[in-house]
Design a binder for this molecule. Structure first.
Ligand SMILES: [Fe+2]
Length: 289
């Protein structure tokens, strides 16, 4: 077994022959990055196919189910009509992305973290999503406030869940990055009854969920405020970032409008496969302020 990379710039980053360490790190902290699984040729193919789909969507030549206005920021105006931040259900449009989400190493990690019946959210409303969160003026989505993914569906039987993000662009303060609170996946985080996401909590929702009964030591912030113990996660091109659906996370806007922050994201779930995810509308729209 290889020795985990030990320098500070590689904290939480593991190679494909270090799955035992990656598995354990994820269980401990609620997130982990896998580096070197995809070749540059595979990343380039995903990039080119997603850009092509994005261009087609902006040009109005794709079926409307590949676009969404739900995910953009509230004051976007008609910018969203001129630039598409998202291409939804992108596995239908990109063979390279389809191959990537069925990569055997990723499926092995899901076998470790979820029950054996785990499934990819692929054909539901958003499916696997190509996300272009560039900070430039043309962009209608640049950041998202604190949340756990579980809060998007506290009434559903699809948890636990693991999210993946395939990075097309390396992340940095210039183009934006993910903020996370290590260990927060263990807290029994409340559904968003009072937080600023203003999401209606659906009937039948669990009041709280996490990997233990321990309540959070402080409330989840209302927007983008600093959380004690939060850290910034930076990834390289080609890195896969996994995070637990109970992990507290947010995304910071980039500071350089000439940069891009593009990635492909999706989720593997346990529990019962859900086809109706209209409940996501309010939650996502209000969190992406
Ligand atoms: Fe999220």
């Amino acid at each position: 077994m290889s020795t985990p990379l030990a320098t500070p710039d590689q904290f939480g980053i593991f190679l494909p022959d270090q799955l035992d360490q990656a598995e354990q790190f994820f269980r401990t902290f609620g997130f982990v990055s896998l580096r070197g699984l995809f070749s540059e040729a595979e990343v380039l193919a995903m990039e080119q196919e997603c850009i092509s789909a994005q261009d087609q969507l902006t040009a109005g030549t794709l079926h409307k189910r590949h676009g969404t206005e739900i995910l953009i920021e509230g004051d976007a105006g008609d910018k969203a009509a001129r630039f598409s931040n998202y291409v939804t259900c992108v596995t239908d449009l990109s063979g390279a992305v389809t191959d990537a989400v069925h990569n055997q190493t990723i499926l092995e990690l899901m076998d470790r973290w979820l029950d054996n019946e785990h499934w990819l959210l692929e054909q539901q409303r958003f499916g696997v999503v190509y996300q272009d969160a560039r900070p430039g003026k043309e962009s209608s989505y640049t950041r998202i406030g604190w949340h756990s993914d579980w809060q998007s569906g506290p009434h559903l039987d699809i948890w636990p869940s693991v999210a993946f993000t395939f990075h097309i662009d390396a992340t940095s303060p210039a183009n934006g990055f993910l903020r996370v609170v290590p260990f927060s996946h263990r807290w029994n985080t409340p559904a968003p009854f009072v937080n600023a996401n203003n999401a209606l909590v659906p009937e039948g929702s669990a009041e709280a969920a996490g990997h233990s009964d321990q309540p959070p030591p402080f409330e989840m912030p209302l927007g983008f405020e600093k959380v004690p113990g939060e850290i910034s996660l930076y990834c390289d091109r080609g890195d896969i970032l996994f995070h637990d659906a109970y992990l507290w996370h947010s995304a910071a806007r980039g500071t350089d409008d000439d940069t891009k922050r593009r990635h492909i994201r999706g989720t593997f779930h346990s529990g019962t496969e859900q086809l109706d995810n209209d409940h996501l509308d309010d939650f996502v729209k209000n969190a992406a302020r």
